[in-house]
Design a protein around this ligand. Structure first.
Ligand code: F6P
Length: 404
């Protein structure tokens, strides 16, 4: 028997990013010629069961009919996964919530021919969860409900899972992953796990398929070298926005993430005119660095009127925090959150566009591309070019491209 075969069982409450991670992990393994297949319980349920199984009570552990159907689906997928590994497959990923220890014990006792690695996705960030739920309710099975009903139902479904949830700790092999920060928060290994380095490294890597990172066009404040504020685009800025739209006219851009500031929204608007089905999503996470007491001032004026601020920032630009405002260092958390939201709201294969600001785009770039902290505040972010970013575990592609 080949001994490099592996079961992976995803674990976690609904809408925690399990399927996205499973899909990307599969891609990464397939790239390395590891034959991988995903066995998703939700997909199988939608295929096997004719009637409506999307209502919350279906997932109540006291609803014996629902439990029986879900058990049957889980067992069918386990059998299929086993067949796959015992024929051509190398890695079988069971994509389901698997939150109860009973379910996991069942998996361990039935799939005892190859090692099993449990991967739990943990993320209790309320905003990311809401973003993730919005994507879930796009599924056809919620089509007969209003948006509010679907959200309410989905949250109720989550609470049923919460009532039986037990975190990983006793299983033979497991990784607990903070799926918001791509960091491992718990790990236990009793067996030799094939492909372990590949899998573990994948879990802590930031990946994105096609990200177009754009800075807003020229504004009136830019002309005066003033910072912050909420200025409009100049004529030149509008021309840049139109050129941008023209450049992207043949690309499918389902979502554009902007900040809450007018200049980013205005830059996005000509694209929306060309692609009517594109949705613009303003995120506060992508608002420009808050320069506190220096908001709306020019660098010249700051130097003259607040020399202590000017020189302190010059000395350590990354760590300097504007009084009553932010610094690069304190922006990191919200920028990561914005990136996660954007990724959760997009499908893994979508083109993603972010229209941000100078400091924001520096932080987004450095999320995907290593830069020493002291170099981040100097990354070149022009207004007539954009960064194309595509990073997988093994390939990083960054390109600064002109659109005008
Ligand atoms: O000048 C444009 C701007 O986006 C300001 O709003 C912001 O404070 C600044 O750039 C960030 O760049 P730096 O960190 O180099 O001052």
């Amino acid at each position: 028997m080949k001994n490099n075969r592996l079961y992976i069982a995803m674990v976690g409450l609904p809408a925690r990013g399990k399927s996205t991670i499973a899909t990307k992990l599969k891609e990464s393994l397939v790239n390395e010629s590891v034959k991988t297949r995903i066995f998703n319980n939700g997909d199988l349920r939608r295929k096997m069961i004719r009637g409506n199984t999307s209502y919350a009570r279906f997932f109540d552990s006291n609803n014996s009919e629902g439990v029986a159907i879900r058990e049957k689906i889980a067992l069918t997928n386990m059998e299929r996964a086993q067949k796959f590994l015992n024929s051509v497959g190398d890695v079988a990923i069971l994509d389901a919530s698997n939150v109860s220890r009973d379910r996991r014990e069942c998996i361990q006792s039935r799939l005892n021919d190859h090692p099993i690695l449990f991967i739990e996705c943990v993320n209790n960030d309320e905003e990311i969860l809401s973003a993730s739920i919005l994507r879930k309710i796009d599924l056809a099975e919620f089509g007969h409900l209003t948006r509010e009903e679907a959200i309410k139902g989905f949250r109720e479904r989550i609470s049923y899972y919460q009532s039986i949830e037990e975190p990983l700790e006793r299983e033979r092999n497991y990784i607990r992953l903070d799926s918001l920060h791509n960091s491992i928060i718990g790990e236990g290994l009793s067996d030799i796990i094939p492909y372990y380095d590949q899998i573990r490294d994948f879990l802590v890597t930031n990946t994105v398929k096609n990200l177009y990172l754009i800075r807003h066009g020229e504004t009136y404040y830019n002309l005066e070298d003033r910072i912050g504020g909420d200025s409009d685009l100049t004529e030149k800025g509008w021309a840049q926005a139109r050129a941008l739209a023209n450049y992207f006219k043949k690309k499918k851009i389902p979502l554009i993430f902007t900040s809450q500031k007018k200049r980013t929204h205005q830059t996005a608007s000509p694209i929306k005119e060309i692609h009517e089905d594109c949705t613009i999503i303003p995120l506060t996470e992508f608002d420009e660095i808050n320069s506190g007491i220096c908001e709306c001032m020019s660098y010249e004026k700051i130097k003259a009127q607040m020399p202590h601020v000017y020189s302190a920032r010059k000395k350590d630009k990354y760590n300097y925090v504007y009084p009553e405002g932010e610094g690069y260092v304190t922006m990191q958390e919200r920028i990561n959150r914005g990136i996660k939201k954007a990724l959760y709201l997009s499908n893994p294969s979508d083109n993603i566009m972010i229209i941000g600001h100078r400091a924001v785009n520096r932080m987004i770039l450095s999320h995907f591309m290593f830069r020493r902290e002291e170099d981040v505040p100097f990354i070149y972010i022009p207004q007539d070019k954009f960064y194309y970013i595509s990073t997988t575990q093994n390939k990083k592609h960054f390109q600064l491209k002109r659109f005008k």
